[in-house]
Design a protein around this ligand. Structure first.
Ligand SMILES: Cc1ncc(COP(=O)(O)O)c(C=O)c1O
Length: 392
């Protein structure tokens, strides 16, 4: 029997970099002493009141079909939350709930591009973007984020990549894997390209509440002429340690909401009812846990910077946000894939090789900050010993 072309488009190479992560998990299962910093799942619990609300909802029988794109009350709560966070004035009609940000990214891409179109994506790139773009039938056109700019986007690179087939640009700030957070200048330049060529901007903002050193997130939808062409994709996964709940949303024009409704009808029929009910408090309530998590991520970042500052031939790039940081190992004499393989086998630390995120990530390793400080400190010490061994 034959399958459709989409199955080939979706089966991209599954980067070799991820082998290290799978191996690390297998070693851990065997009881070996391995520190796994190769994935970005927060090591905190979902705030207890949200969990309790969900249990109550299930007990009270909220276990039937619900709204495909989110209940009106939930969408209104998300709209108010988005407005508080970004300053963009939106209402319930601008919001569609999605299965995590991941579902929102697919919806946004699929409703704005298709076969024969191109979507521009800066790389290193979060690993699922390639599948998202290819699932729509469009081509992914990569532009480099350069280490010499600390992985900040250069609007001139975007401009140079635009063709008559370009439909959208898909960005993520603060950025996984590099931790770069685009500033006003980066985003104004990007907005100009979007306006000049009449492009959509798909803005993945899952780390917008994970910004360090008191930075404030700048949502590109608030820039001149950008509200009608920006689609913001966001979720509770990282900010509220709720990766398993799959609560995401898309902010865009009301017409987009209609299209996402039709996609939802075909794909999932909406978030579980008891989750739609209970997460409303995540958007309206005040949870001190959120600031505490952010403080932990920043402390862990500072710990890595401090522990690795005197190790010669490597450079740690200070992230401005997200749960990740990049270490430049280009002077180590190893490729980042070799480095990551050997670090796991010889030192018991699992980090992802930058090339797993695209060629611009070559020569870098990604540290995840989603583990307790003691583990991160131990991983840094092992990392430093490993590098000193190489240097000798
Ligand atoms: C940049 C980026 N976008 C989207 C996602 C997916 O988030 P969600 O769990 O909300 O689907 C992730 C998860 O790691 C991510 O790093």
């Amino acid at each position: 029997m034959r399958y459709a072309p989409i199955v080939d488009r979706l089966a991209n190479e599954g980067a070799r970099a991820w082998d290290v992560h799978s191996r690390a998990l297998a070693y851990k299962n065997e009881g070996r002493d391995v520190i796994v910093l190769s994935i970005g799942d927060p090591d905190f619990d979902t705030p207890a009141p949200i969990v309790e609300a969900c249990i109550d909802d299930m007990r009270s029988g909220d276990t039937h079909y619900s709204y495909i794109d989110g209940s009106p009350q939930l969408r209104a709560a998300v709209a108010a939350y988005h407005e508080r966070n970004t300053g963009q004035a939106v209402g319930a009609d601008n919001i569609s709930m999605s299965l995590g940000a991941q579902g929102g990214l697919y919806g946004a891409a699929a409703c704005t591009a298709g076969p024969g179109d191109e979507i521009i994506v800066p790389q290193p790139v979060y690993v699922t973007y390639e599948s998202v773009v290819h699932a729509t039938g469009a081509e992914m056109v990569s532009i480099p984020l350069r280490p010499e700019r600390d992985f900040h986007l250069d609007p001139a690179d975007v401009e140079a990549a635009v063709t008559p087939r370009t439909r959208s640009i898909m960005i993520n700030t603060p950025h996984n894997p590099t931790g770069a957070a685009y500033g006003r200048q980066d985003l104004e330049g990007l907005a100009e390209v979007c306006r000049d060529h009449d492009l959509w901007l798909i803005s993945d903002e899952v780390y917008s509440r994970t910004l360090f050193d008191g930075r404030r997130h700048l949502c590109p939808a608030t820039l001149d002429g950008m509200a009608e062409r920006t689609i913001v994709v966001d979720s509770l996964s990282k900010s509220h340690a709720m990766t398993g709940w799959r609560v995401g949303w898309v902010v865009g024009p009301p017409s987009l909401r209609q299209h996402l409704y039709h996609l939802g009808l075909a794909l999932h029929y909406g978030l579980p009812t008891f989750i739609q009910q209970s997460v409303e408090i995540a958007f309206t309530g005040d949870f001190p846990e959120i600031a505490t998590m952010l403080a932990h991520y920043q402390k862990r970042r500072d710990l890595v910077l401090d522990r690795l500052k005197d190790v010669s031939r490597i450079r740690v790039i200070k992230p401005e946000g997200s749960c990740f940081m990049m270490v430049d190992i280009r002077d180590s004499g190893l490729t980042s894939q070799e480095f990551s393989d050997r670090l796991l086998e010889e030192a018991g630390v699992s980090l992802l090789a930058g090339e797993g995120f695209g060629p611009s990530g070559s020569g870098f390793l990604r540290f995840s900050l989603t583990a307790p400080s003691a583990e991160i400190a131990e991983a840094c010490d092992r990392f430093a010993r490993f590098v000193r061994g190489l240097n000798r």
